[in-house]
Each structure stands twice: as C-alpha cells, then as structure tokens.
Design a protein around this ligand. Sequence first.
Ligand SMILES: *[C@@H]1O[C@H](CO)[C@@H](O)[C@H](O)[C@H]1NC(C)=O
Ligand SMILES: *[C@@H]1O[C@H](CO)[C@@H](O)[C@H](O)[C@H]1NC(C)=O
Ligand SMILES: *[C@@H]1O[C@H](CO)[C@@H](O)[C@H](O)[C@H]1NC(C)=O
Ligand SMILES: *[C@@H]1O[C@H](CO)[C@@H](O)[C@H](O)[C@H]1NC(C)=O
Ligand SMILES: *[C@@H]1O[C@H](CO)[C@@H](O)[C@H](O)[C@H]1NC(C)=O
Ligand SMILES: *[C@@H]1O[C@H](CO)[C@@H](O)[C@H](O)[C@H]1NC(C)=O
Ligand SMILES: *[C@@H]1O[C@H](CO)[C@@H](O)[C@H](O)[C@H]1NC(C)=O
Ligand SMILES: *[C@@H]1O[C@H](CO)[C@@H](O)[C@H](O)[C@H]1NC(C)=O
Ligand SMILES: *[C@@H]1O[C@H](CO)[C@@H](O)[C@H](O)[C@H]1NC(C)=O
Length: 353
Amino acid sequence: MELLIWVLLFSSPWQPSHCLDLSYNNLAFVPPNIPRNETDINLSHNLITTIGAGNFSGFNDLKKIDMRTNSLTSIDTKAFINSTIKEICLDDNKFEEFPYFEQRTLNNLQASFNDIMNFDLFWFLTNNPYVTNLEIRENRLQSVHVNQSYESASLVDSIKSQAILVYLHMGGNQINYLEPGIFNGFKKLTYLILSNNLLNISIGCDYINDTNISSYTLSENQITSIPDLHCVAQTLRELILRDNRISVLSSTSIEQLPYLEDLDLSRNVYHLPAWTQSSSLSLKLSGNPLKCDCRWEWLFSPSEAWREIRERMVPAEEVACLGGPHFLSLMPWANLTQSEICPRNDNLKRLSS
Ligand SMILES: *[C@@H]1O[C@H](CO)[C@@H](O)[C@H](O)[C@H]1NC(C)=O
Ligand SMILES: *[C@@H]1O[C@H](CO)[C@@H](O)[C@H](O)[C@H]1NC(C)=O
Ligand SMILES: *[C@@H]1O[C@H](CO)[C@@H](O)[C@H](O)[C@H]1NC(C)=O
Ligand SMILES: *[C@@H]1O[C@H](CO)[C@@H](O)[C@H](O)[C@H]1NC(C)=O
Ligand SMILES: *[C@@H]1O[C@H](CO)[C@@H](O)[C@H](O)[C@H]1NC(C)=O
Ligand SMILES: *[C@@H]1O[C@H](CO)[C@@H](O)[C@H](O)[C@H]1NC(C)=O
Ligand SMILES: *[C@@H]1O[C@H](CO)[C@@H](O)[C@H](O)[C@H]1NC(C)=O
Ligand SMILES: *[C@@H]1O[C@H](CO)[C@@H](O)[C@H](O)[C@H]1NC(C)=O
Ligand SMILES: *[C@@H]1O[C@H](CO)[C@@H](O)[C@H](O)[C@H]1NC(C)=O
C-alpha cells in the first residue's frame, strides 16, 4: 500500500493540471462556458466544423486542446488570442487547406489524417516561431517548396535560423518533390520522417545540410540509392530506408557514418530472376567489402535481409572485410559469423553471465 502511494505521488504531474473532458458530446461548436482557468480541454469526437475568433481566447493556463475527430475545415486566425496554448491536436478532421493562425505560445501541432494539399512550412513558422514538433502526416501534400511569393532568400534564411523545430513528420503524403536545400539550416531538426511518399531521388546533404538529424526515415518511397549523409555524420544514429528500390549497397556511404546504430535496408529491389524462390531482395554487396565492425552486425540477424543476400547475392568465396582485425582480412563471406564481425556481444554475454 505504501508503495502504491509513493508510485502515485511520483508519477502524478508535477504541475497541477486538470482535463476537461467534453469528448463524444455531439457538440457542433466550441462551448462558450468553458472556465478560463482550464489547462487541458478534450473536445475530440464531436461535430465541430470551425474554431471561431475568440473561441479559445483569454485562457491563462491552457496547455493542450484535443480536437481530433471532428469535422473541422477552418480555424480563425484570432481563435487563440490571449491564450497560453502549447499543444493542439487537429488529427482526423476535414481540412483541405492548412489552418494557418498566429500563436507564439504554440510548441506542438498535429494535423495528420486530413486532406491538406498545400503546406507552406515557412509561413507556418513565421506565425508559430516556437513550434518544436509538427506532424502533418497522412494528408495529400505533393511537394515541399519555398513559396514563390517570398521576396528574398534571406527571409527564408532568417526564418530557419530562428526556428527551433526538432521533430517533423510528413510521412504518408504524396510528396514527389522537395526543393533542394529545403531543410538546410534547421539547426535543431533532429527527427525527420518522410516515409510513405513518392520520392524517387535520394534526399541527402543537398536537402538536410546543417541540421542536427539523428533519426531519418525515408522508408516506403522509390529511392534507388543510399543518400549521401556525410553532412549529418556526427549526429545520425538511425537511418530507415526499407521498402525502396535500392539495388546497390555502397559500403562507403554507410562507413562515413561513424555513429550509425540502426540501419534498415530491408525489402528493397524485388526484380529477381524467376529461378529464385518467391522472396525477396537483391541488394548487391558484391564488390563492396566492408570495414568489418559492429555497425554491420544487423546483417547477421536472421530476421533481416542478410541471409538472403549472403546466400544468393554475394559470391561465397569473395572476401568480405576491407579492414578490421587481421584474421578477417581473407575471410570469405561464407565463413563470416556475427561474433567475428562484432566480438563485443560475446564479451558482454560473458560479463553478464
Ligand atoms: C477554475 O476556477 C473555478 C472558480 O474560480 C474553480 O472552482 C475551479 O476549481 C478552477 N479550476 C481549475 C482547473 O483550476
Ligand atoms: C480525449 O478523449 C479521447 C476519447 O476519450 C481520447 O481518446 C483521447 O486520448 C483524449 N485526449 C487526451 C489528450 O487525453
Ligand atoms: C466561437 O466562434 C463562433 C464563430 O466566430 C462565434 O459565433 C461564437 O460566439 C464563438 N464562441 C465563443 C465561445 O467564443
Ligand atoms: C487580449 O488581451 C488584450 C490585453 O489584455 C486586450 O486588450 C484584448 O482585448 C484581448 N483580446 C481578446 C480577443 O480577448
Ligand atoms: C504562397 O503564398 C501566397 C500568398 O501568401 C498564398 O496565397 C499561397 O497559398 C501560398 N502557396 C502555398 C503553396 O503555400
Ligand atoms: C542535437 O541533438 C542532440 C540529440 O540527438 C541534442 O542532444 C543536441 O542538443 C542537439 N543539438 C542542437 C544544436 O539542437
Ligand atoms: C521522379 O519523379 C518525378 C516526379 O514524379 C519525375 O518527373 C521524374 O522523372 C522521376 N525521376 C526518376 C529518376 O524516376
Ligand atoms: C553545409 O553546411 C556547412 C555548415 O553550415 C557549410 O560549411 C557547408 O558549406 C554546407 N555545404 C553545402 C554543400 O551547402
Ligand atoms: C572457410 O570455411 C571452409 C569450410 O568450412 C574452410 O575449409 C576454410 O578453411 C574456411 N576459410 C577461412 C579463411 O577460414
């Protein structure tokens, strides 16, 4: 019992907060009588079509509004005047135009699962300069570019240099064009997700130079080669490229990423000759000896693509390792094992047993 009380004490929010739950109420508009001292307001699963001027003004402690699963198509630019709102969820509504409004307190906006076709990232950040997290996935965006109407590049540069955007999720759209340089200079950008779009070129340093990207997701596109990511070599930890059309694995493009921990290249090019069995991948490693170390350990995990590659796509007698311990320098693919490529695991096992 005592334990339970401790758990409750320490897991409860450190600041007093209170959630007014008005979800599932068949509300057609934002009710006028919400106490102006609320911190969290849940209006999800109603029938609200618009957020009008002043609907959320004068809230002095407001942190979060959940408006998901309504029928919203518009938000008045003055909807949140004089409010301290930090986080708004607009998922699963009926927006076709992105709802721009000016709110300098906003940190987090979710506008996924709508029908938005155009999004001007720079106009958004001009209006909401303190946003750190933006999700606009599962919409109908086709491109991300700098709006022609911006008079000068320096305006865009100054928006970027002031931005504190950390997390950007634009997955599940129909993006087939990104303007070169579009994300360059977002110095805080750490998580970039562009999965499940129609990108057919490698979105590398021409697009994300001078960012802080640590986790980069490009899965489910039509990319044919591993992007050049040397510009984020110091920060990149996770690179997800599964379900693309990459047919050649150039080991140098990976080896220039010294801190990479997770690399997912599963389910890439599928056009195998008919004589091969029903599965899978023709990622070619041949002619690309690896600098054998723990970064390639994933190749040996049976659930990953590696078994296929090794059995079919690399001549078994070809030398596998370019560098690494001397005893590996003549080791053919057929002989290489996980513990040889990454002895660390064995040591850890020994230590822990
Ligand atoms: C808001 O103020 C009313 C009246 O002053 C008070 O009864 C209520 O407990 C307050 N609610 C919150 C969430 O602070
Ligand atoms: C709001 O209510 C809905 C329905 O009960 C729930 O799914 C959702 O998690 C709530 N939102 C927040 C922010 O708690
Ligand atoms: C919400 O906005 C609508 C449309 O502008 C307006 O008619 C209504 O009075 C507003 N309600 C509140 C509580 O501000
Ligand atoms: C916002 O606050 C300012 C200063 O307190 C006040 O003059 C203005 O009328 C308020 N606007 C709204 C829409 O509440
Ligand atoms: C570009 O800016 C103009 C003027 O501000 C606006 O009307 C237009 O919708 C913007 N286009 C995009 C794609 O955001
Ligand atoms: C870059 O991201 C790391 C976390 O991956 C963080 O610790 C660091 O503060 C970030 N740097 C900047 C300039 O935002
Ligand atoms: C990539 O997609 C664009 C736009 O759909 C198209 O114009 C271009 O030809 C494609 N390029 C390649 C290499 O497939
Ligand atoms: C990338 O950014 C760095 C740091 O701002 C800069 O020195 C370098 O010239 C840029 N490279 C390209 C190709 O733009
Ligand atoms: C590789 O394995 C084969 C068969 O087990 C063995 O004959 C050969 O000596 C091994 N080669 C090396 C370099 O370990």
